[in-house]
Write a protein that binds this ligand. Structure first.
Ligand SMILES: [Zn+2]
Ligand SMILES: [Zn+2]
Length: 167
């Protein structure tokens, strides 16, 4: 979604309602795949507060990913809020990293929402909070199978001990 802020850009106290959808491409982010089969809802507003535009929004929807432990496909709820400060290119700002500089009056809401998704998304997605994951030796799903290799040491320091006692 693109929004033209021209109506509130130089109008202290004015605000613009944001109510619609944003679409994200399927992606991989820090080792996690996200698939978006439907656009996400976005509700919020952009308000001109003494010449600075404050963008607040709430994004909700769902995505498909995989359990980090057992790799089973899972659906996750997406629900996050964000605040962004938008300023015109000729505004003096203390820290340019904290704001979005507007080169023109039109903003791409999808891009802003996506950047905030990436900073908000949980680092861990599990099929169940106590997912047992896969056996590191044989790859069996420990939620559904009891393989016999669980006793084997995964810790390499124990291998050293085992070798010592071999002869
Ligand atoms: Zn799992
Ligand atoms: Zn196993």
């Amino acid at each position: 979604m693109e929004l033209d802020l021209i109506g509130i850009l130089n109008n202290n106290g004015a605000s613009l309602k944001v109510d619609g959808t944003v679409s994200f491409e399927n992606m991989e982010f820090s080792g996690t795949e996200y698939k978006f089969s439907a656009p996400l809802s976005i509700q919020g507003k952009i308000a001109n507060v003494s010449g600075v535009l404050e963008f607040t929004a709430h994004v909700t929807g769902s995505a498909d990913t995989f359990c980090d432990r057992c790799t089973k496909p899972i659906g996750i709820e997406i629900d996050y809020e964000f605040n962004e400060t938008l300023v015109q290119a000729d505004t003096e700002v203390e820290d340019a990293d904290d704001v979005i500089i507007l080169d023109e009056s039109v903003i791409n809401v999808d891009d802003i929402a996506l950047n905030n998704f990436l900073t908000n998304c949980s680092l861990q997605h599990l099929c169940t909070p106590d997912c047992k994951g896969l056996c590191q030796v044989c790859g069996a799903d420990k939620n559904t199978e009891n393989c016999s290799c669980e006793e084997k040491a995964v810790d390499p320091r124990l291998d050293v001990l085992n070798n010592l006692f071999k002869d």
